[in-house]
Design a protein around this ligand. Structure first.
Ligand code: 26M
Length: 801
């Protein structure tokens, strides 16, 4: 294969692109210009490996993976690509020759925030691992013009602003103006003998944009293909000629609305028409595209399951079941049963939450209006399910269409060959709760694949100090084989190694201290314990419990400022869905508590509270390496897995957490002595529901009572005493996530943490052992699990060996 690499140096490629792609001279170039030039120069180096991988996949005709996801929370791309290609030193030197700082240049890139939180970031880690392992795969999603909103605080309240990541040219994608598919909506279905003909009332086009996704050292490079909606015709000439200019532009407006903006809802079902259109838009385009690729090499549609594995990331692409069946029947002429079997042999479904409010269900009337043919097919799939239920003799009663709604979880499950949960606990709860009936009918369908995170971004990239220490100590293979971290476990007893490990942590904390002072004007002490809770703001994640404990700690310090307090800085970070009022109230309370504590001279450096606005992937990359303590305190049974918990442990933070999600497995890996577990188990939580009275728990806890009284009487909102009453009212009326019940156990665990941190040698040992024993949480391990147990695919890299 022809080698397209710029054979010259990276420096000359940057010079070239600054002139020819950006149109600037070095003396007039801004940081953004340098970034664009460097991005082009780096992207050039991806082309040969990318073509190579594509060529090999075609030549070998092996089974491919398609990962369908509404969200890909990529974050910044440039620094990651530089690291993957091993170009750090060259890039730094080339820019330094012009007195330009590499860190400023990569820091200028806006995050690609095409996701809300855990589910979207998991998809991004999976893409990295798929490439790293050399598994032929495509990610398929939506090219939102606007990603997750930007957050600011005004008077402590969350404000939302539109995000605009494409404002400067986006240098990583290739527009495929020839790769277009029609996507229909609405209209009628007419029966034509045996077959049905769907005549949509509106058609928009899906246009592809491809981004190469390099693995480590670019030994393999996959593609992320994102769809952008385009009008089929620019405007309607008839109304235009009549002077009705707005109406003439209507098709353009409809089309461009579809891929305009990411829905900012995380774990809430919204039932909005545009959302359903987005889901169908990218699912249909992706299926048409992969069918075209399959048919270019295969005549026999029955071979589809042996050549293609499709993963549905949550139920957002669950319309893939009926849509694939529709294409097989209405386009390729198969009968329903054959089409169903092929679809079901090809599709797989990952569940990411059991919270009832997050389970998608669409009104039959809406589904029938927007996707009339699919609604018919959903009824037929429901009949197939009924047949299997009957044959199973389990006596269960489960339907896809129920109560006037299409239950998308049931649809996805019925159409999937395998269904997986994202942690051991979560998978067991799937079997026992939401999917118990389906599990009885299909006992071999559910399996577990515990989540993981990519070590390239979440250790190598974000923590250069730790990267260097690991390279010096165990060599460099850990980047691709993270279980090698185990080799540092014996060094937890080596004072010299522990000292070097904690020096790295200290340097990261200093970096964060400077950042906080610079960005927020808050001065914090880098030798205090850095205690961090960063994630979407949601009641089940219990940021409120952390805030209440913070206020209680402030009270204790004020009462006895001379005691031997372990100094702490509590960090909060995260966004609330704009319509989630209860979560927004919690944000405001945290900000008020922070203000009060940070300005209290009696408390001083013993306790500070920092809540930087607009938490995102890039901010996580600064915060996580600097953490001493990782807050993973969700109500047991509610956090499906968590992935932040894994990033913290890998970077040597100790976890304080409940036995929820993957915390359970983190405890199994790092050992009871190296984690602070507290609170009710998932079983105990459900047991405590009957007759739960918040006030009883508050009455039993003088510490909690005092804080609640302070909030009630306006201690944290002087001049506006009722400001935080809604938070208290909700807590007293319906403490569904059992903040009050777990509060004292949390408080006690935090005091043990204080003691633990005061023993700096003991803490260093725990920190080292957390890193040493977290290698299992690499997304490479997770993806290998999907490849072996779900997709039946293997690496193409191994072929050369
Ligand atoms: C739903 C309807 C409309 C708009 C948006 C949504 C929606 C978007 C994202 C609903 C849920 C969404 O994400 C759920 C999620 O992020 N789940 C998290 O998945 C992670 C990866 O598996 C887990 O680690 C987290 O525990 C889980 O909360």
């Amino acid at each position: 294969m022809k080698d397209f690499d710029a054979s010259g140096t990276l420096a000359s490629a940057i010079d070239f692109h600054l002139a020819h792609s950006v149109g600037k001279t070095p003396d007039s170039a801004s940081i953004t210009d340098w970034r664009l030039a460097l991005s082009r120069a780096v992207r050039d180096r991806l082309i040969t490996p990318w073509f190579d991988a594509t060529h090999q996949t075609y030549a070998k005709d092996r089974k491919r993976v398609y990962y369908l996801s509404m969200e890909f929370l990529l974050g910044r791309i440039l620094e990651d690509a530089v690291n993957n290609l091993g170009l750090e030193d060259e890039a730094k030197e080339a820019l330094a020759a012009y007195d330009v700082d590499f860190v400023d240049v990569v820091g200028d890139e806006p995050d690609a925030a095409l996701g809300n939180g855990g589910l979207g970031r998991l998809a991004a880690c999976f893409l990295d691992s798929l490439s790293c392992l050399g598994i032929p795969a495509h990610g398929y999603g939506i090219r939102y013009a606007h990603g997750l909103f930007r957050q600011s605080f005004e008077d402590g309240r969350q404000m939302e602003m539109a995000e605009d990541w494409l404002r400067h040219q986006h240098n990583w994608e290739f527009e495929r103006s020839e790769c277009l598919y029609d996507i229909g909506f609405g209209g009628q279905v007419t029966e034509n003998g045996k077959s049905a003909v769907w005549t949509p009332s509106d058609i928009v086009m899906a246009q592809a944009y491809d981004t190469p996704v390099p693995g480590w050292r670019a030994s393999w490079t996959n593609t992320l293909r994102l769809w952008s909606a385009k009008p089929r015709q620019i405007f309607d000439l008839d109304p235009f000629n009549r002077g009705e200019y707005m109406q003439a532009a209507a098709p353009e407006v409809l089309a461009e609305t579809i891929s305009r903006v990411l829905y900012p809802d995380d774990s809430t079902e919204i039932g909005k028409e545009l959302r359903l259109k987005q889901e169908f838009f990218f699912t249909s385009a992706s299926l048409q595209d992969l069918m075209r690729r399959f048919l270019a090499h295969n005549g026999d549609l029955r071979a589809l399951p042996s050549k293609v594995a499709i993963q549905m990331n949550d139920t957002h692409p669950a319309i893939a079941g009926p849509e694939l069946i529709r294409q097989l029947m209405d386009v390729h002429g198969l009968g329903f049963d054959a089409a169903f079997d092929i679809a079901q042999g090809t599709l797989h479904y990952t569940n990411h939450t059991l919270l009832p409010e997050a389970l998608e269900a669409w009104e039959v009337s809406l589904m029938g209006a927007i996707l009339p043919r699919h609604m018919q097919l959903i009824e037929r799939i429901d009949d197939r399910l009924a047949r299997d239920v009957k044959a199973s003799e389990t006596g269960v009663n489960t339907h896809i269409v129920d109560n006037g709604k299409v239950n998308m979880g049931t649809l996805a499950f019925t159409c999937a060959r395998k269904v997986n949960g994202v942690s051991a606990l979560h998978t067991n709860l799937m079997k026992q709760t939401v999917f118990s009936d389906l599990h009885a009918v299909y006992p071999d369908r559910i399996l577990n694949q515990t989540n993981g995170v990519t070590p390239r971004r979440w250790v190598h990239g974000c923590n250069p100090g730790l990267r260097n220490l690991l390279n010096d100590t165990i060599g460099t293979e850990w980047v691709r084989d993270l279980e090698q971290l185990k080799r540092i476990a014996p060094l937890a007893d080596d004072p010299d190694f522990c000292q070097r490990f904690m020096a790295v942590k200290q340097e990261n904390k200093r970096r964060l201290t400077d950042w906080v002072s610079d960005k927020l004007g808050v001065d914090i002490a880098p030798d205090a314990m850095f205690d961090i809770q960063i994630k979407r703001i949601h009641e089940y994640k219990r940021q409120l419990m952390n805030a209440l404990e913070t206020a209680a700690l402030a009270n204790a310090i004020r009462r006895d400022p001379g005691a031997a307090w372990t100094p702490r800085v509590k960090f909060f970070g995260g966004k609330a869905a704009p319509a989630y009022i209860d979560a927004k109230n919690i944000i405001r309370l945290i900000n008020d508590i922070a203000k009060s504590i940070n300005n209290d001279p009696v408390i001083g450096d013993r306790l500070k509270v920092v809540y930087p606005p607009n938490y995102n992937v890039s901010m996580a990359e600064i915060l996580i390496p600097a953490a001493d303590l990782s807050e993973q305190i969700s109500t047991a049974g509610k956090e499906a897995s968590g992935t932040g918990n894994m990033k913290f442990a890998l970077n040597g933070a100790v976890t304080i957490g409940t036995l929820d999600g993957a915390n359970v497995e983190i405890r199994d890996c790092v050992g009871d002595d190296n984690i602070y577990i507290f609170g009710m188990t998932a079983d105990q939580v459900e047991g405590a529901r009957e007759g739960y009275v918040t006030q009883n728990y508050i009455d039993q806890s003088p510490i909690l009572s005092e804080v609640i009284d302070q909030i009630r009487t306006g201690f944290y909102s002087p001049g506006d005493p009722t400001r935080h009453w809604p938070v208290l009212e909700k807590l007293l009326r319906d403490d569904y996530f059992m903040v009050a019940a777990d509060f004292d156990a949390y408080w006690d665990a935090q005091r043990k943490v204080d003691e633990g941190f005061a023993d700096s040698d003991g803490w260093a040992r725990m920190a080292v052992l957390n890193t040493a024993h977290s290698g299992w949480f690499s997304s490479d391990r997770t993806i290998q699990g999907y490849a072996d147990d779900i997709w039946g695919v293997s690496s193409l890299l191994e072929d050369d060996k």
